[in-house]
Each structure stands twice: as C-alpha cells, then as structure tokens.
Ligand binder design. Structure first.
Ligand SMILES: Cc1cc2nc3c(=O)[nH]c(=O)nc-3n(C[C@H](O)[C@H](O)[C@H](O)COP(=O)(O)OP(=O)(O)OC[C@H]3O[C@@H](n4cnc5c(N)ncnc54)[C@H](O)[C@@H]3O)c2cc1C
Length: 460
C-alpha cells in the first residue's frame, strides 16, 4: 500500500518546495513533537511548508486523499490541535520572516513565527506587538484565538492590533482579509481560530514600548483571601498603562528567587508597567501595602526580557493539562476555593493565573470580533504541569477537580486558547452570541469543514 508520504512525494515532489516527512523518515519523531508531551499524535505525513504555494498544495492533497488536515504554527496548543493522528500536518514553522515598518509602526509576520522572533525584530525599532507571556508560543494560534498578555490593558488583545492577514482558503484561493477586503473573514479570524483558512502572513500594529517595570510580588498562600480581596478592588482603579496578573505558584527552586522561598507555595501578582519608575512605584504601591509581601521582585527590563522570563520554567516536553474560564467578579467563596486547590497542587510547576482583560481590551465591543467576553475582567487558567509522564493522571484530576469547584463562580465560557479538547458545548459557550455568525462565515469559507482540527465551528 502506498503511504501518504509516498503519495505526496509522487504527486507533489517536483513542485513542493518544503520537506515531506513520513513515519519512515529519521526526522519523523522530531517533526511530530508538540510542546505538550501529554499529546502523542502520529500523523501520516508532516509537510514542512516553505511558502504559501506549499500550504495551498497540502490543503488540496489532504482533500484529494480524504485525510484530516492539521495546521501547526508554534505547536503550543494545550489540546495538541496543531497535529492529527493518521492525517496531514501542514507545518508552518519555516514561514517565520518578520518585517518591520518603523515609520508606519507595523510588522508583517509569517504565519508560523513564534513571538520571540517578533520581539527580536520589533524591539530594535523601539516597537512591540502585544503577545503572550511565553515567547516560544506561536503567533498563529495565539493570534487567531485572541491573544492575552502583559500589554492587554494598555494596547488591547493581539487581535485588536491585527490590521490584515493573508489567508489560504479551503479551495486554495489566497486572499487578504482586512477592514477593507473580505471583511467577514477578517471579523471571523479575530478570535475564531484556524477555522476559516491558513494564515500565511499577519500584519500587526506595533506600539512604542521598549522597557517596562515587570516582575512578581509574592505573599504566603495562606494570605490569598486578604490579598485577592484587595486586588479585585484595586485592578479597576489601576491606570491602563499598568497590568498585574494574579497567580498561585510554588516559588521555583533556583535563582533569581531567594533560597529561603524555594518551593514555598505563594500567591502573587506579576506586574508589567509601561512607564517611568515613579509611575510604576505609584501604580504598585496600594498592593504592596497589603499584608506582608514575602518578596517584591519587580524591576526595569526590556519588554522581550519580561516576555521570555518564564520560558525556562515552561519549556517544551512537559506534561500539560489545563482548564479555564472567564471571570467577571471574584466571589468570596471562589477566593477560598482557589486557595484550597492551590495549596494542594499536584506538582511544583502547576498553578493558576488570572489575567486581566479589561482596560484597552474593553474598548472593543462584544460583537466587533468573535471574542465575546469583552465585559469579563479576568481570563483564569488552571495548569497542571510536570516533566514526568507518570504524573499525567494526577495533573488531569487536579485541574478538572479545581475547575469544577470554581466554574460556578465564572462567567460561563473560557478563552478558547486555554482549552483542551472539551467538546462542542464549551466551544459554543466561548463564543456565546457570536457563534451563529461564526457558523455562517464557516459555511461560506469552509463549507466542507476541511479545517476541523481546532476548537471547531460547524458550518451553519
Ligand atoms: C506555555 C504556554 C503559555 C501560553 N501563554 C499564553 C498567553 O500568555 N496568552 C495567550 O493568549 N495564550 C497563551 N497560550 C495559549 C496559546 O495561545 C495557545 O496554546 C495557542 O493555540 C498556541 O498557538 P500555536 O501556534 O503555538 O499552536 P499550534 O498548536 O501550532 O496551533 C494551535 C491552533 O491554531 C491553529 N493555527 C496555528 N497557526 C495557524 C495559522 N497560521 N493559520 C491557521 N491556523 C493556525 C492550529 O491549526 C491549531 O488549531 C500559552 C500556551 C502555552 C503552552
């Protein structure tokens, strides 16, 4: 029997400019690896695309052979949606060029780039595109799902800074989506994930941000209720040039953390202030006066430094299981539940974050993009993480149990990029009133649901 890799080589060999990798090739295991080692998918073919033409060819090949198609940007998706068993993976990692127009304050970014590649290109120009908090994450998946990070309060979600995209559609057409062209497609891709096509290039607005004051303040986990009660009142009063996400963690056992805190369970705030040292001190002061902080480690750093500060802690190859919800208000009961579940986290790399999604992200209406929860204040994520595969069931049980306990206090849906493969009901809850419009756009752009290895929107 001819394998998919053999068929692809025979049919596309002369024209495909990238690399075609099948299970018999020595690089197959490396090409299959995902960030989350809990997911071990075995595709029939990994097609490392060299350009837009290769992407279109792989879409046509998968369709002609009736093979499921996965599109991989940075490979960071928690549920492993950048790969598929027995199907075709269109790997975009070679589509990673980044071009900056410093005068226009824009950046053109290849669809398979990672955020550290974007930072490396924009920072020398004194510019930044709002991204996530781990720099090895892919631009493709993060952007198409929304994009939350240190600059969300000051500059909006990543999608709020998307100016246009080059998209390869299910029928192979290459189109531009922007506020002026293919406007419904442009609406749909700003939160609707990879459901509508493969983005081979993004054009972003960049902001004049170079240095920030960033880093953590920690309190003992036992102080959760006192600190969180103060924080929920504090955040709405905070100027939008400042942000601080709330976190429960174990202090990592190494520098730069003081030895006496190593492996101590804490709650804390991770700061990012775009402004002078004086502005930062003023912004953080009300929280520093709460209880007795164990450590205050915020200092001035280049933004790419803060964006990559946790890369070493969260490296590829760990086991990950996560659950999430949007949160409008933090209930007293939820504070205690968060403390109790985090006091019993299964491994030291596990924990939970509550990312602020107010400020500039609230300037955009709930129907202006598919990202429906524009009135929520936080996106909470619960993460079970550990290098040892033997701990996978414990990570999963803890994350699910914790989520079930706090979910009744949430806004209902979750940020789509913080979900595992959790079924259609959760996808619909995420998009709320925007789901029907997304389903109509899906019927127009991908009626056969070729792009279905994702948080799937069924064609109307
Ligand atoms: C350690 C870690 C930290 C994270 N931190 C943040 C954070 O701070 N903020 C935040 O918002 N999110 C964060 N995330 C979540 C992240 O946004 C999602 O995991 C996202 O799916 C990753 O995108 P990717 O391109 O790396 O993933 P992939 O696994 O490659 O792809 C994810 C999905 O996007 C689709 N896709 C990817 N690229 C394209 C493209 N060019 N065209 C069409 N479809 C595409 C894929 O088909 C797949 O369905 C984090 C994830 C991890 C693992």
């Amino acid at each position: 029997m001819t394998t998919a890799a053999e068929a692809a080589r025979e049919e596309l060999g002369g024209t495909f400019e990238g690399q075609l990798v099948g299970p018999d090739d020595s690089s197959y295991d490396d090409e299959c690896a995902l960030f989350n080692a809990m997911i071990d998918k075995k595709p029939a073919l990994v097609a490392c695309c060299a350009g837009t033409k290769d992407v279109a060819a792989m879409i046509a090949f998968a369709r002609a052979h009736d093979l499921p198609l996965a599109v991989r940007g940075g490979g960071h998706n928690g549920g492993g949606l950048g790969s598929v068993d027995d199907g075709v993976v269109a790997d975009l990692s070679h589509l990673n060029s980044v071009t900056v127009d410093a005068d226009a304050q824009t950046a053109r970014v290849g669809g398979g780039s990672t955020w550290n590649e974007v930072d490396a290109a924009t920072h020398p120009h004194g510019l930044a595109v709002p991204c996530g908090i781990i720099s090895t994450t892919g631009v493709g998946g993060l952007t198409l799902g929304g994009g939350i990070g240190h600059l969300t309060r000051s500059c909006g979600l990543t999608i709020d800074n998307l100016l246009s995209a080059q998209v390869v559609l299910a029928d192979g057409q290459v189109v531009t989506a922007s506020a002026d062209e293919n406007t419904e497609l442009f609406w749909a891709i700003r939160g609707g994930g990879g459901n509508f096509g493969v983005v081979t290039e993004f054009e972003f607005r960049a902001h004049p941000v170079t240095d920030v004051v960033g880093g953590p303040t920690f309190w003992a986990i036992e102080d959760t209720e006192e600190v969180l009660a103060a924080y929920r009142e504090f955040l709405p009063t905070l100027e939008r040039n400042a942000s601080g996400f709330f976190a429960w963690h174990t202090v990592p056992p190494g520098p730069p953390f003081p030895e006496e805190l190593h492996m101590r369970l804490v709650c804390g705030i991770v700061w990012c202030v775009v402004g002078s040292d004086e502005e930062a001190e003023k912004a953080m002061a009300p929280m520093l006066a709460v209880g007795k902080p164990l450590m205050h480690g915020a200092g001035r750093a280049p933004l790419p430094g803060l964006n990559s500060a946790f890369d070493g802690l969260y490296c590829p190859g760990d086991q990950w299981y996560w659950r999430a919800d949007f949160v409008n208000e933090i209930a007293d009961e939820a504070m205690t539940l968060n403390r109790e579940w985090n006091a019993n986290m299964p491994t030291w790399k596990s924990g939970s974050h509550m990312y602020p999604i107010d400020g500039a992200a609230h300037d955009v209406g709930p129907n202006d993009t598919p990202w429906a929860y524009r009135d929520a204040t936080w996106a909470q994520v619960i993460i079970g993480v550990d290098p040892d595969p033997a701990n996978a069931p414990a990570l999963r049980d803890w994350a699910v149990g914790y989520w079930e306990a706090v979910h009744p206090y949430s806004a209902g849906g979750a940020y789509v990029n913080f979900m595992m493969d959790e079924g259609q009901e959760r996808v619909q809850a995420t998009y709320g009133a925007n789901y029907d419009r997304l389903a109509k756009a899906k019927a127009e752009y991908d009626p056969d649901n070729v792009f279905r290895v994702n948080q799937n929107i069924k064609p109307a």
